[in-house]
Design a protein around this ligand. Structure first.
Ligand code: ADP
Ligand code: MG
Length: 618
């Protein structure tokens, strides 16, 4: 007796999309089904090597494709782990994996837009409903004796007892049209997407047999042959691989339909033996900034797939990397703990990080445009690596790039250093979240006057990591809002001479004592009357905002320092007009704050005061 089931709501949404999809690249359904078959073989392979109960299973892993032109069906079989009754419900009736959930959360309801997402996400089993109006899945779980058949027309599904000779799964697609009931078409799709899955794929293929002696004409014969290469590409010598091979394998493991930006293939021999094949994608993975992002790196031990769910294989700032790590000298039953603490894994990880960073460095040298393409996609993530102090900090500092006050585009710290003025002691930066505002900050006045370049850090991540980076290549890195850089930037003593405005400064300190740490004369301003800076050891405003966002808002408010320009007419006039200081002090402070994008306490109070001043002036 068949049991009837309804799909989970999210699955219904997804199926509706699949059926009404305008997605032109429907052929990817085969990649998805073959990759599921390959995963199922991986799982059983692993168990049969590590678990006594499975060791007695006698099977040769394989995937079989069969086409029935008359019935208009295409079937995909594997002798992998198989699914039990309950697993059929769980796996093919609900959506478990976070990737697909992410996909659904992005659906807009606009068929055209949503269709293009299919390719981007690679949405697994359900994509088969793009080409089939009915699907049967017959499965028997390894070590179990009962088999079950799952059948669905995409509206609901049913499960009934079935018979199946050996363990594994067969998926029968009742095709909507003939396109995929064609040997040549199917073979070419396999070659395109699944050539390098590690298991052989067989199919009946009609071949021309030339005439034998005495015969006039040749004949056509159907033969069951292997149609993929089935090699673990990461173990093949570089010299035997072409860019196409690498790109094809990338598409298979990443579900990305674009070629990767870069591939990095390494064979390590010697004390520790391993093979790695890493890819830098050319598009942003949708979950790049999600906490529950999927690791893109699969771990193999001696060609046996172990896990694709170990985020610790690479540091999280390299989470955009896809690929394979295959280690020789580990036990097959590696556990999470081993992954984290094992000395071999540690050195493979270290060497991998080093290699990836050095290849990115090489790319930066050899092909700046391509590097910038990479950097636009993943620069922000890479910068996260500067947080803390991993051994890779130096190489990371060579890879990061910033905007600048004197040049267009992005420049590296090295480019900055190479262009430093004689006598310039530090690398300077200004940080905040609005590039325009930063560029017109009074804090830059003396830098502009002296032609000193300042890096513009307008990304959130800059604010977090830059205070942790004290120097680059022995040159200190300093914020222009730091109070201690006056002498460094060659501000002349006399321009900061406050002898003409001593009374004003004393009065300002008195009036503003609750709001500022100090009031002092500065030589760093030329056009502006005042500016806000922070004590050397205090976080600047952008950093304070960041800390607040990160939930550390209950820190005591950090008072800024008000610096005034003793050459400015306003200050000089105030010195002889003590009464006016009371009208002006708050306004001076508020305007200096606004210049730096710092929010002010009481805007309506400010406008009242300014109105009063305007009235006086008229
Ligand atoms: P994913 O492969 O990313 O998990 P899919 O939608 O492709 O997502 O497949 C859903 C689940 O169905 C798989 O995780 C797996 O548990 C199960 N499954 C699909 N095909 C097979 C198969 N041929 N053999 C065993 N299990 C399978
Ligand atoms: Mg899948």
């Amino acid at each position: 007796m068949a049991e009837k089931f309804e799909f989970q709501t999210e699955v219904n949404d997804l199926l509706n999309l699949m059926i009404h999809s305008l997605y032109s690249n429907k052929e990817i359904f085969l990649r998805e089904l073959v990759s599921n078959a390959s995963d199922a073989l991986d799982k059983l392979n692993y168990l049969s090597l590590t678990d006594e109960a499975y060791k007695a299973l006698n099977y040769v892993p394989r995937i079989d494709l069969a086409i029935d032109k008359d019935a208009k069906t295409l079937s995909i079989s594997d002798n992998g782990i198989g699914m039990s009754h309950d697993e059929l419900i769980e796996n093919l009736g609900t959506i478990a994996r976070s990737g697909t959930k992410g996909f659904i959360s992005k659906l807009s309801g606009d068929a055209k837009k949503d269709s293009s997402l299919i390719g981007q996400f690679g949405v697994g089993f359900y994509s088969a409903f793009m080409v089939a109006d009915k699907i049967e899945v017959i499965s028997r779980k390894a070590l179990e004796k009962d088999a079950y058949k799952w059948t669905s027309d995409a509206k609901s599904y049913e499960i009934a007892p079935a018979t199946r000779q050996d363990h594994g799964t067969t998926i029968i697609l009742h095709l909507k049209d003939d396109e995929f009931a064609d040997e040549w078409r199917v073979e070419s799709i396999i070659k395109k997407y699944s050539n390098h899955i590690p298991y052989p794929i067989f199919m009946d293929k009609t071949e021309y047999v030339p005439p034998k002696d005495g015969e006039k004409e040749g004949s056509y014969e159907s033969k069951n042959i292997q149609i993929n290469k089935a090699n673990a590409i990461w173990r093949v010598a570089k010299s035997q691989l072409k860019a196409e091979d690498y790109n094809e394998f990338y598409k298979q493991i990443s579900h990305d339909s674009h070629d990767p930006l870069l591939y990095i293939h390494t064979k390590a021999e010697g004390k520790i033996e391993y093979n790695t094949l890493f890819y830098v994608p050319s598009t942003e993975p949708f979950d790049l900034f999600r906490v529950d992002y999927q690791s893109g790196v699969k771990l193999y031990v001696k060609r046996v797939f172990i896990t694709d769910d170990a985020k610790e294989l690479l540091p999280s700032y390299l989470r955009f990397i896809k690929g394979v790590i295959d280690v020789e000298d580990l036990p097959l039953n590696v556990s999470r703990e081993i992954l984290q603490e094992n000395a071999i894994m540690k050195s493979v990880k270290e060497a991998s990080v080093k290699k990836i960073l050095s290849e990115l460095g090489k790319l930066k040298q050899s092909d700046k445009d391509k590097y910038l393409e990479f950097y636009k996609l993943f620069g922000k993530v890479l910068k996260e690596g500067l947080y803390g102090w991993g051994g890779e900090k130096e190489s990371l500092l060579d890879l990061v790039m910033f905007k600048s006050t004197t040049r267009d585009g992005l420049i590296s710290l090295k480019e900055y250093k190479d262009a430093m003025k004689e006598g310039q002691k530090s690398i300077y930066y200004i940080s905040g979240n609005n590039e325009k505002m930063l560029k017109s900050s009074p804090l830059l006045e003396s830098f502009k006057k002296d032609g000193i370049e300042v890096l513009i850090m307008d990304e959130e991540i800059d604010t977090i990591v830059m205070p942790m980076v004290n120097e680059y290549d022995k040159t200190p890195i300093k914020s222009v809002s730091s109070a201690d850089i006056d002498e460094e930037i060659g501000v002349k003593e006399e321009s900061a001479d406050d002898s003409k405005i001593t009374k004003t400064i004393i009065k300002l300190k008195e009036i503003l004592k609750d709001e500022v740490k100090d009031v002092r004369a500065t030589g760093r301003l030329s056009d502006s009357a005042a500016c806000i800076v922070y004590d050397k050891n205090d976080p600047d405003y952008a950093m304070q905002q960041m800390l607040k966002q990160m939930g550390q808002g209950d820190l005591p408010p950090i008072k800024p320092i008000l610096e005034v320009n003793p050459q400015h007419e306003l200050l000089i006039k105030l010195e002889s007009n003590e009464a006016a200081i009371y009208d002006v002090a708050e306004v001076l402070l508020d305007l200096a704050k606004l210049n730096e994008g710092i929010s002010i306490k009481n805007p309506s109070e400010l406008s009242k005061k300014i109105t009063k001043l305007m009235l006086k002036a008229l």
